[in-house]
Design a protein around this ligand. Structure first.
Ligand code: ADP
Ligand code: MG
Length: 254
């Protein structure tokens, strides 16, 4: 069995820092000497863009790997942040529809990851903001799920639905899937409110809370335009430090 740890970063809500988390944790794990592959499973291709690759320049992408059986090595790119990437383009939007009628669609990501056997210590899957075919395929490929969560009053509304999907995946396509926990993002530690929301969510759904929370920082908004993650562009930023600490904790756990 491969010792690669495959983590799906999922939440069907947009804007909760899934992509930022994948890029930052990936970079942090690479800094710790881990071999890391990131997979962009969102047709918006924000992860690809934020790592300095313009999706418009790509002729081949993860779409061709998932729907046409192209070997991942043909679309793999190395990034300046020390991680490898299977990039996405807007073409991936068609994959949902293309895969819908295909036998084994839940397994398309898993097959890719299994074929990489042993090459990476970590594979982080950046899920799209939906619970569609691509997210289910990511959950089917993963050993663990990390759920980034912005601690606002209504942020828990989608969590139950996501956990229902995780439950179905565990039942039908991936018995070994575990929820590693929720990661508080865009966290404003100055308010008691954020902590209260977090406590409510973790109690209601019996979920572990990954530490430390990722604070809000304006630097995150600037990073994607630079084509590098915040860990590379502002080394001592408190958000970067928080992601490094989460990565070290994941490493201990994995
Ligand atoms: P998702 O992938 O869940 O849609 P993103 O990672 O794209 O979310 O983040 C959504 C927006 O929030 C982006 O503009 C990103 O730069 C910003 N962002 C992410 N994390 C933080 C943070 N800790 N502080 C401030 N802004 C953040
Ligand atoms: Mg995203």
């Amino acid at each position: 069995m491969s010792s690669t740890r495959v983590i799906a970063v999922a939440n069907q809500k947009g804007g909760v820092a899934k992509t930022t988390t994948v890029a930052s944790l990936g970079t942090a794990l690479a800094e710790l000497g881990q071999r890391v592959l990131l997979v962009d499973l969102d047709p918006q291709a924000c992860l690809t863009f934020s790592l300095g690759i313009d999706p418009e320049d790509l002729e081949l992408s993860i779409h061709h790997v998932l729907t046409k059986g192209l070997p991942p090595s043909e679309v793999m790119v190395t990034t300046e942040d020390g991680v490898d990437l299977l990039p996405a383009t807007i073409e991936l939007a068609r994959a949902e529809a293309d895969l819908l009628t295909r036998t084994g669609r839940e397994y398309v990501v898993r097959t890719v990851v299994e074929d990489l056997d042993g090459e990476y210590d970590w594979v982080l899957l950046d899920c799209p903001p939906s619970l569609g075919v691509l997210t289910v395929a990511a959950l089917t490929a993963a050993r663990g799920v990390v759920i980034p969560l912005q601690c606002e009053t209504l942020s828990h509304r989608g969590v139950g639905q996501l956990l229902d999907t995780v439950h179905d995946v565990r039942r039908f396509t991936n018995r070994d899937l575990e929820v590693w926990g929720v990661l508080p993002t865009l966290y404003d530690g100055r308010t008691n409110h954020a902590r209260a929301v977090l406590d409510t969510i973790s109690e209601t759904y019996d979920l572990e809370v990954l530490e430390p929370p990722i604070p809000k920082s304006i630097r995150f908004a600037e990073a994607p335009a630079a084509g590098r993650t915040i860990l590379s562009t502002s080394r001592t930023n408190k958000g970067a430090t928080a992601y490094r600490d989460v990565a070290a904790n994941l490493l201990r756990r994995g």
